[in-house]
Design a protein around this ligand. Structure first.
Ligand SMILES: Nc1nc2c(ncn2[C@@H]2O[C@H](COP(=O)(O)OP(=O)(O)OP(=O)(O)O)[C@@H](O)[C@H]2O)c(=O)[nH]1
Ligand SMILES: [Mg+2]
Length: 387
């Protein structure tokens, strides 16, 4: 195992669950899900109870296979990140032990921490999860946060209990969470729920967005490993791999932590007929279209790509699209798109055995250049003024 993936809170755990929906990820990474509500953990499909931890006031850290887990871990922190923070700050040691036990031998070279900002649990405990990872694995482990920005385009109906959460309240929580997170991680990838149309932001629609983000993360971390491909076995293919160290470098800016938007595009490299009749219906892939789609689908709203400081991109395609001049994806076209945004670009090109060509990119910004964060800060200040 090389990596540790920890989700905190409902959104964070749901994202880890989507990542582990890609079966082969479990050969590379260990999942952990931490939440204050047992019921939300029970909704996970790919992360079993042996990987759960509950946090509740008065109960400490409760392992998911403890008898009475459901009774001990309920109620959550009801969108009170300061409450979650105060409980979790006493649990860093136990979390460090738990992560070590989950990880098994050795320590991870890289860890991802997934959190939703806007609620209580993810915002409050996320930074302590990072501290616990560092306590268990030491200073050489790089930690990347994947953080969900709340949709604040209106008061959001949350179903169940108190119907609506005000946008200002969510913004206030998000800024609180982000400020503390950025002081402990090496980079932040932002997932902005405002990218979902307002009517789509009902909780049922998060699944698709989570799957999109998860597919991008999996593409970025997998290199050749997840496809079980031996690049040396292909004539005339010289893989340009990007690895997690490259990703961390791309997320680190000279004056601090960078904030990245994730974008991913996929095209099918074979028409439907080709699935039934081999050698029929192969389709050329246009590099410009792939680049354009990925940047258009970036995970943060109201962003100007030209303000990016750094970019990383990973192309994955079947062998023919990498080596055959009739089909070859114009990697240089894709690269020049990223070059047009920023001075520092790192590109990888990898094979896949699937009939899909994909391009995944991270565009990294200074915090000040992300308008959505500024908007959240303004909204949070408005909320405090009114209180
Ligand atoms: N993208 C995405 N966002 C989600 C998901 N679930 C919740 N959210 C959003 O993430 C933010 C944080 O919400 P939760 O994750 O439910 O909060 P929590 O961390 O469990 O905190 P509590 O308030 O203690 O329940 C809110 O803006 C939610 O609307 C999800 O599966 N995917
Ligand atoms: Mg919750």
């Amino acid at each position: 195992m090389a990596y540790l993936f920890v989700g905190a809170g409902q959104a964070g755990c749901a994202l880890v669950d989507s990542v582990f929906d890609h079966e082969r990820v479990s050969t590379l990474a260990t999942p952990v899900a931490v939440n204050s509500t047992a019921r939300d953990l029970q909704n996970l499909s790919n992360v079993g109870s042996e990987s759960w931890y509950g946090i509740a006031r008065g109960e400490g850290l409760v392992a998911g296979d403890t008898a009475g887990f459901e009774e001990q871990v309920q109620g959550g922190f009801g969108r009170e990140p300061r409450e979650a923070d105060s409980v979790a700050s006493d649990l860093v040691g136990p979390m460090a032990d738990a992560f070590g036990e989950q990880f098994g031998e050795g320590t991870p070279s890289f860890a991802f921490v997934f959190v939703g900002l806007g609620g209580g649990t993810g915002c409050g405990i996320g930074p302590h999860v990072v501290e616990a990872i560092r306590e268990f694995s030491g200073p050489s482990t790089d930690v990347i946060a994947v953080a969900v920005l709340p949709n604040t385009s209106g008061d959001v109906t949350q179903g169940e209990d108190d119907a609506t959460v005000s946008a200002t309240r969510q913004a206030d929580n998000a800024v609180y969470g982000l400020d503390r997170l950025e002081s402990v991680v090496d980079g932040v990838v932002l997932v902005d729920n405002q990218r979902l149309a307002f009517e789509d932001a009902a909780e049922g629609r998060f699944g698709e967005f989570n799957d999109y983000v998860a597919a991008g993360v999996v593409d970025l971390i997998s290199g050749a490993v997840l496809e079980r491909i031996d690049p040396g076995g292909y004539e005339s293919f010289d893989p340009q791999t990007i690895d997690l160290q490259d990703i961390v470098t791309s997320l680190s800016l000279s004056d601090g932590v960078g904030y990245a938007a994730l974008g991913r595009s996929v095209v099918r490299t074979r028409s439907l007929a080709g699935y039934f009749l081999p050698f029929v219906g192969r389709q050329a892939v246009d590099g410009d279209t792939l680049a354009d789609l990925a940047v258009t689908k970036r995970s943060v709203a109201d962003l100007n790509p030209s303000l990016a400081e750094k970019a990383i991109g990973q192309i994955r395609a079947p062998e023919r699209y990498v080596t055959d001049s009739d089909y070859r994806i114009e990697a240089s076209v894709i690269r020049s798109r990223l070059d047009s945004y920023c001075p520092e670009v790192n590109m990888g090109l990898m094979l896949t055995e699937r009939n899909l060509a994909s391009f995944t990119t991270l565009l990294t910004f200074e915090r000040e250049d992300i308008d959505r964060i500024a908007d959240l800060e303004t909204l949070a200040a408005q909320g405090r003024g009114r209180a």
